[in-house]
Design a protein. Sequence first.
Length: 463
Amino acid sequence: MLSAFDLSKNTLFNMSNNAAPLPFSIPTEIDPWVQETFVDGVLEGNLKYLDEAIDAALKADIPQMQDWGITDSKRFLLFVSGMLYWTPSEIASGKLIYWTLCLFYFILDQKPLGIEPFSVPIVPTSKGKKYRLDQWIVDYAVKVGQYMDEPGSISEAAIASFQQSPLYHYDEAFEPPEGFKTFNKLFARTLKKGMRPISCPNDDSVVVYPADSTFDGAWHITELNDPHNPNSVLIASAEPDSLEVKYVPWPIADLLKDSKYADYFAGGQFMHAFLNTFDYHRQHSPVSGTVLEASVIQGLAYLNVVADNDGKLHFHRGLEPHSLVKKVGKGDNPSNFAGILDAPDNAGYQFLQTRGLIIIDNTLLGKVAVLPIGMAQVSSVKLIWEPDVTKGESYPVYPNAPIEKGDEISHFEFGGSDIVLVFEKGANLKVLGATGLDEQGQQTTKQKYLVGMPLGVSSNRVI
């Protein structure tokens, strides 16, 4: 078996401490498509905006900027050009692809590129909007995704690097007889039979995890007759270094793209979990029932990346209710904020992203909405229900199809992603959340779960 460090002569090695191979070498020329669409299109030929964003990113002193040698706009444009046609590979920590995606988005998140007029603010009124950088990121993600369907996106050496990266659990994958012929085939790999047993398959009161994912939380949805914010999820945010907390309502109708079933979820629950780049990227039904609606909602390809005090990059995707204590003072009781989503000003991105929507009718729980949400270079959410364009069909489709708990419903191609579930009030669901320790040894409910593990239990009973 090839070593993860024998990737090819095209692989560049960084020179920082604990050096790891970079997944592609920097080209010598800016790609014509990048020049035309990003430099001449988004930036209108003025590189000062990109240089300002890079200067802001450099102040974070993150090692990836040094590893790639990104100190000015030309170097970043070469990095972006190389990323269009790369062959992804991994290292033992499983963080190589993660760091590469983080760096791309971290720079584009910086001012002035991360704000108007280049990028839409992550607020409810941005529904349906895309500014020029938003649209370019979507187009770029599509272009990268197209290459990931090409034979050049995979190699024996790259496959070997994933085999040697424990977080990918390559031994669980079902490898087709012909092997993985493209990176997307590897990324959206299926598993060997029996790898994800389904808890209580015949008990409708038990809801299971639809994806291998890290649980983030479950929160209340307001009632339809709420005088201020009907049928919405309230997301709390606070300006940096400010004691002022504001609550931004995100209507469930926006999340469900004005589905005719949106009002059914008033007073119910909103549950969020996220997948990492190394996770199994197929989603399964959390309940049995009948599929009422299936569609893909086109939106942004947004990803917020932050640098911590140690210069490490992270996807900022958690919605942490107790972190508000840091904003409003240590003396406040965290329980005062229970049931309110908390994140920086960009919280609510799930309502604007490209996402799938499957609504399932269960006799015990009522309607359950399952939303696989694309992140970063995941520009494609593939449902198993696809419209037949030869017959003039389009989304949404209403398959009226029976489905069993644990049946596959969708998959992602390349990158990280999220999963959201929305339940009716009448589901009377108690979401289970184990408490464990995070990397810093602090208690957290953000635990990793696998497809088929119990997510929650309803107090409803079949009569």
